[in-house]
Design a protein around this ligand. Structure first.
Ligand code: AMP
Length: 112
């Protein structure tokens, strides 16, 4: 069964897409936890961080370049946070690898 993010990639359900290229997509989180809360995904279906292989090294590098470019375009000059939840103890709900790009406010440490 397709994940909700695969359905967004396939245009089966709507999303507020802010960036897209052949390998990646960036869209607004439906339940934002900060003034800027974007979801950055590979179009390749990879369930979790643990499922990455060496073949994905270039893809992951590309995703971080996309993150930095989008953050710059949004004017997040004061900083931002990138989060990956991997597995149930980290609270991963959608089994399609994704990076949360959070900005527009200050963040505490350690995270909750
Ligand atoms: P995680 O807990 O790391 O798996 O995060 C999944 C994120 O996806 C949550 O922040 C959700 O709010 C977000 N989300 C779930 N469904 C959608 C959707 N249809 N469009 C945008 N974001 C979504």
């Amino acid at each position: 069964m397709s994940t909700v993010f695969k359905k967004i990639i396939d245009r089966q359900i709507p999303a507020d897409i802010v960036y897209e290229d052949e390998q990646s997509m960036v869209f607004k989180d439906i339940h934002p936890q900060a003034p800027v809360h974007l979801i950055v995904i590979p179009k390749k279906e990879i369930p979790t961080l643990n499922d990455l292989t060496e073949a994905d090294e270039g893809l992951i590098g590309h995703l971080f370049v996309v993150i930095a470019r989008v953050a710059k375009q949004l004017g997040l000059t004061g900083g931002y946070r990138v989060v990956v939840n991997c597995g149930p103890e980290a609270g991963q709900e959608v089994m399609h690898l994704h990076f949360h790009l959070l900005g527009g406010r200050s963040f505490g440490w350690p995270p909750g």
